[in-house]
Design a protein around this ligand. Structure first.
Ligand SMILES: *Cc1c(COP(=O)(O)O)cnc(C)c1O
Length: 366
């Protein structure tokens, strides 16, 4: 394997193993029958949407979830056959693609119902959709107290059949009170829709954190994203490792300023290493003067601002040379660096770190 520059190694086996952990977790709360929709939006959080989806399909995933229609189209074109849910609704002009590619949208507004109904009518077909309810996220979907009104008017859309209902939790990692409130609002909306349609709907609410912490959020299907990639629950294995290497080592004299904006001045003569990874390669500029990496099993800290394609590290305490490997995320010797650990130092979350690295550095699979 040519590991020149920086590269992200993705373990598809870790992802399917995490799916197993998630299924076991559902089983423990008596919900073994709940379906799993694997969320693979944003290029599977930087892990590669198509290879990850193929591996999950082989592992028996029930459904996939993406944010946008173009992602669903890309999956169908890659030969994926399981149901593909479009979590963020259908934008004007995408209705034909949704129908022709057999995608399953979560509809978020009456306009979307109208436009999709018209497109289905024109094709003399009927399409199954889920309704997205906004129970307190303040983002997409029908506000929960409009559900009854919506339920009463669904008959107008005779070429669109509602088969499911969903909501998204905004604070499952924070407030049990607010999460409970969202779940109650969801149940109310679901009851209105079900009683007006006189049939059961597929209900789904839980993201990864809710899946692990709130059995009451499991319903008929769960929607883990980050958990599949190894974060956000117990017993999960991170699927992405990121490695780089030193491309320059030199000793700079005490008093030298390092990087743009002169934010770091050397307090002593210092061996400074350069790593070919900057904010354009997914190493957030928020990590300026705060990041760390592993070299030969030792933690070394970044100094100065993160630049577009490079960071500088203080390697006084490690016998390192040009060409030596650098651990950015993952495990090496006794050292483990988690995306969540880096994220907290850069005032962000593991999601953003993984998406950034995965999308911008070369990926290899094992
Ligand atoms: C991204 C997303 C998920 C997955 O959330 P995780 O926290 O990554 O598990 C689930 N549902 C919706 C609607 C989403 O947008």
């Amino acid at each position: 394997m040519n590991t020149a520059y920086t590269c992200a190694r993705v373990s598809l086996r870790a992802i399917t193993k995490n799916l197993g952990v998630i299924r076991k977790r559902l089983g423990r709360s008596g919900r073994a029958g709940a379906a799993v929709m694997a969320v693979v939006k944003s290029d599977a959080y930087g892990h590669g949407m198509v290879p990850v989806s193929v591996a999950l399909e082989e592992a028996g995933i029930d459904a996939l979830g993406v944010a946008f229609v173009h992602e669903g189209v890309q999956l169908r074109d890659a030969g994926i056959r399981v149901p593909i849910y479009i979590l963020s609704g259908v934008q004007h002009g995408e209705e034909g693609a949704v129908i022709d590619k057999g995608l399953s949208p979560l509809l978020c507004s009456r306009e979307q119902f109208k436009a999709l109904n018209r497109a289905a009518e024109k094709r003399r077909t009927r399409i199954d959709v889920h309704v997205k309810i906004d129970t307190g996220m303040g983002r997409l979907g029908f506000v929960y107290d409009e559900a009854e009104l919506l339920a009463g008017s669904l008959a107008c859309y005779s070429n669109v059949r509602v088969t499911g209902v969903a909501t998204h939790l905004s604070d499952a990692a924070g407030s049990a009170y607010y999460t409970g409130l969202q779940i109650r609002r969801f149940e109310g909306a679901r009851r209105s829709l079900e009683s007006s349609l006189s049939r059961r709907l597929t209900a789904h609410v839980a993201n990864t954190v809710a899946l692990f912490s709130y059995p009451a959020s499991h319903f008929d299907m769960v929607r883990p994203g980050i958990g599949l990639y190894g974060y956000g629950g117990k017993g999960l294995s991170p699927a992405m490792s990121v490695f780089s290497h030193l491309i320059s080592v030199k000793t700079l004299r005490k008093g030298t300023w390092v990087s743009y904006g002169r934010t770091h001045r050397l307090k002593r003569d210092t061996r400074v290493g350069v790593i070919p990874m900057g904010y354009a390669d997914g190493y957030s500029r928020m990590l300026s003067n705060r990041g760390f990496v592993g070299i030969k099993g030792k933690k070394v800290y970044s100094i100065g601002m993160v630049t577009m394609n490079h960071i500088m590290v203080d390697i006084n305490d490690v016998d390192a040379h040009v060409g030596d490997g650098v651990l950015v995320i993952g495990e090496d010797r006794d050292m483990r660096i988690g995306a969540d650990e880096i994220a907290s130092r850069g005032s962000t979350i593991s999601y953003e770190i993984l998406c950034g690295m995965g999308l911008n550095v070369r990926r290899v699979y094992d």
